[in-house]
Structure formats: structure tokens, C-alpha cells
Design a protein around this ligand. Structure first.
Ligand code: NAD
Length: 406
């Protein structure tokens, strides 16, 4: 079956899928898609020497094997290249399972070769993906290309051996997805559900992805709670704190307050425009229960939802080794991805909606000092590093009306 299913007629025909990048997520995705899609799978690897390296190893090993519990599934891409012209020209669907800071540079390489009606999506989208993607498409006169984003990566996964073995440790119950134009969302969601073998929930708009990007609360919020005022702490291997299970009552209070600030922004946007559907922007505790349901032993409080969630079991805080001890790693993705491609974008929308976010401001300011960036200056997003974030204002979007359209 090579088509997105529609009872009347398929409107989007998908015969070739190109996956971008060679990280954990791309490794997991290839065997999963291979087992649920009979078309062609290409792999675009522009980063460093990855294409040569991957090609050489896959030729030796023949297959990439994903281990999911007791099950093993195999798959390999049909074609691998460092160059977009080799692997993107024929693609009907392009998947970008990449860190958010790689989205724009990847899109810029692909865009000259995109088919007129291709679909391109970021998994996960993080926040503001649509502003960057639609600007690049417009600048390159590819206005018919459609975009989508997923709320999170469906799997927790790690490469065990490059181009050969990947471990899939966990799979979400369902994952939200929004596309633009919105009308393709239901068909695309059902196609993605099939090739990923998991329920993909259609979301009404891409603004939902930005506001309901829970990573922007959880990751910087826990880092703030663990290390604010405690930046110089050192650990031995056995004393490194647990990340999610290290959530104290006080950290849970910080997370709830950050979540509440985003819900206040959501309500304000809804009040300004009654037609915008933001019903899927949930409070943090509700989202945890919705996403992990059976994996949470005690749902009585937000703190309990973290510490008794078996999906989070044993995961440590990010640290870096120095001599014979460990220090907090302030260059971890939890900060370098989730703040400029998450919290700062949400703060930018709050600025347009004239909604204050005192605690989120404080978290952004603290993190920016840790990682040596200046995003907020005198209360406004006017710091020197703001140009390297994905705020809508960087793409000439300066009013809420336009944001609501996507
Ligand atoms: P990863 O670190 O394994 O991805 C690295 C790959 O991304 C590289 O191999 C390269 O192919 C590509 N890349 C990196 N920098 C690049 C650049 N500057 N230009 C072009 N390509 C570049 O990441 P991952 O674990 O696969 O995660 C992908 C996304 O999914 C991230 O947003 C991550 O936060 C999210 N995520 C991952 C997991 C997980 O379990 N792996 C879970 C939840 C969310």
C-alpha cells in the first residue's frame, strides 16, 4: 500500500520517504518504517562524514536492527547520500528526526530539490518550526510544499552500534501531530500511525505544538530546580542525582507554576480569538497522566507523577566528567535545545499577547547565564543572541493574528 488512505480518494501519494540525519531517532525510525511501508526509503546524511561511514557499515552489516523489548526488527535505507539532490528529488515525504538546531540548515539544503507537493516534517517539532520552515519555503518559491510537526519523538531510543543496532527502550501511547495546511492533518496522521505503528493524534494547529511542547517546561524547569544556586556542585559517579525521579516538592511547584503561566497565555489567546482551538494544550500533570497513564503508580500529585513514572526510572541528570568527579552539564540539550527552540519562543508569543511570565523569565535568565547567551535584555527578548532562536519575530511575524493562522 503506497498511499495515504482516504475513503473517497487519496489526496497525497507517498511512494518515497527520505529520512534526514543519522542520530538515535533516525536509527529507530528506519527499521520501523521499513516494516510498515513498501515504498522506497532514502537517507540524507549531510552532517560531517556520516554518509560515508553509514554506507560502509550498512554494506558490511546488511541491516539495521532495532530491539524493542523481546522483539527485533530489521531494515535498511535503499539509498544513502550526503547530497540532497541524490535523495530528496523523488521524496514525497521528508522526515526530520533531528535536534531542533539542525532543522533550518537541513531545510536550506533540501529546499532546492523538493518536489512541488512534497510534505516535510520535524519529529519532534519543538516550538516555532512552522515560522522557520514556511519562510524558507516562501523564499524558495515552494509554496505548495506542506509541513507538519510532531509533539514529541514517539520512542526513547539509543544507538547501540552505529548503522547496525538501536535500542528502543520505550514507546509513547500516542503522539500529537499538526500540519499546515490543516486540511491534510487527518490523512497524514493516519498514514504516520501506520508507518510508525503507533497512534498519531491529529492536532488542530501548529500553535498547539509550540504551547504544548512540554519539554520546554520539564527539562529547563528541572535543571533550574536542581542546580540554581548549586552550580558548582560536584558528584561522584554514584551520587549523580536522578533527573525526573529527583523532582522534589519544590521542583514540582516550579514546574506547575511554569505550566500555569503557559495556560494563562493559552487562555488569553483563546479570549482574543474565539475560533482558535487550543484544547490540546494541557497542564503538565494532565499531560503526564494522558501520555503515560499505566506507567505512573501514584497520580496524586505532580511530584508523584514524576517519581513513580516507570518510563523515567533511573534516568540521571546531565553531567560532564572532569578529572575524577562530575559537574552539571549546562551545554546539555535540555537547555541548548529546549530553551531557544522552546521556552524563548513561548515567551515571544506571550510578549505579543502582552502576558507576563515572571517565573519563565527567571528560568530563561538563569539558563542564559549558565550557557553564556543573552536572550532577554531589560525584560524584553532583545538580547544579542535572540537572532539565533526561533521566535516568530525573527521571521517577520509580529502579531498574534498570523501566529494563530498556522
Ligand atoms: P541525536 O543527537 O542522536 O542526533 C544527532 C544527529 O543529528 C547527528 O548524527 C546528525 O545526523 C544530526 N545533526 C546534528 N547536528 C546537526 C547539524 N548541525 N546539522 C545537520 N545535522 C545534524 O539526537 P536524537 O536522540 O536522534 O534526537 C532527535 C530529536 O529527538 C531531538 O530533538 C531530541 O531532543 C528528541 N528526542 C530524542 C529522544 C531519544 O530517546 N533519543 C527522546 C525524546 C526526544
Amino acid at each position: 500500500m503506497k498511499y495515504i488512505q482516504n475513503r473517497k480518494r487519496p489526496t497525497v501519494r507517498i511512494e518515497t520517504i527520505t529520512v534526514c540525519g543519522g542520530g538515535n531517532a533516525a536509527h529507530a525510525m528506519i527499521p520501523i518504517i521499513r516494516n510498515h511501508f513498501f515504498g522506497k526509503i532514502n537517507l540524507f546524511l549531510p552532517f560531517g562524514d556520516e554518509a560515508n561511514h553509514f554506507q560502509k557499515l550498512i554494506d558490511e552489516k546488511k541491516y539495521l536492527t532495532a530491539t524493542i523489548g523481546e522483539k527485533e526488527i530489521d531494515g535498511r535505507p535503499d539509498k544513502v547520500s550526503k547530497f540532497a539532490k541524490d535523495v530528496c528529488k523523488e521524496a514525497d515525504l521528508i522526515l526530520m528526526p533531528l535536534p531542533a538546531f539542525a532543522h533550518e540548515q537541513t531545510l536550506l539544503q533540501i529546499v532546492p530539490f523538493l518536489k512541488e507537493e512534497a510534505i516535510i516534517g520535524a519529529i519532534p517539532a519543538r516550538s516555532g518550526f512552522e515560522y522557520a520552515a514556511l519562510k524558507i519555503l516562501k523564499d524558495n518559491k515552494k509554496k505548495k510544499v506542506k509541513i507538519f510537526g510532531m509533539q514529541t519523538l514517539p520512542w526513547a531510543c539509543r544507538i547501540k552500534e552505529y548503522a547496525s543496532k538501536v535500542n528502543i527502550m520505550g514507546k509513547k501511547r500516542s503522539v500529537g501531530m499538526a500540519a499546515f495546511p490543516h486540511k491534510i492533518t487527518p490523512e497524514l496522521a493516519s498514514f504516520l500511525s501506520r508507518i510508525f505503528d503507533l497512534k498519531i493524534e491529529p492536532l488542530p494547529n501548529m500553535l498547539t505544538l509550540t504551547l504544548a511542547n512540554v519539554g520546554q517546561i520539564i527539562h529547563p524547569g528541572i535543571m533550574y530546580g536542581l542546580f540554581k544556586g548549586n552550580e558548582q556542585v560536584t558528584y561522584q559517579k554514584e551520587t549523580i542525582p536522578l533527573f525526573y525521579q529527583g523532582v522534589t516538592k519544590e521542583i514540582a511547584k516550579t514546574l506547575k507554576e511554569m505550566s500555569d503561566e503557559i495556560l494563562i497565555l493559552t487562555e488569553k489567546i483563546k479570549a482574543l480569538n474565539k475560533n482558535v482551538n487550543l484544547d490540546y494544550v494541557l497542564g503538565l500533570k494532565d499531560w503526564l497522566i494522558y501520555s503515560y497513564e499505566d506507567l505512573i503508580a501514584d497520580k496524586s500529585s505532580l511530584q508523584a507523577c514524576f517519581v513513580t513514572n516507570s518510563a523515567y526510572q533511573g534516568l540521571s541528570a546531565p553531567v560532564k566528567k572532569e578529572n575524577d568527579y562530575f559537574l552539571p552539564d549546562f551545554q546539555a540539550r535540555y537547555l541548548t535545545e529546549d530553551v531557544p527552540y522552546g521556552l524563548v519562543v513561548t515567551k515571544a508569543i506571550a510578549q505579543l499577547a502582552k502576558v507576563g511570565m515572571p517565573l519563565i523569565d527567571e528560568v530563561i535568565l538563569t539558563v542564559s547565564q549558565w550557557i553564556g547567551k543573552e536572550w532577554i535584555k531589560e525584560g524584553y527578548l532583545e538580547g544579542k543572541d535572540i537572532k539565533n532562536t526561533r521566535i516568530p519575530q525573527n521571521y517577520d511575524i509580529n502579531n498574534l493574528e498570523e501566529i494563530i493562522v498556522y
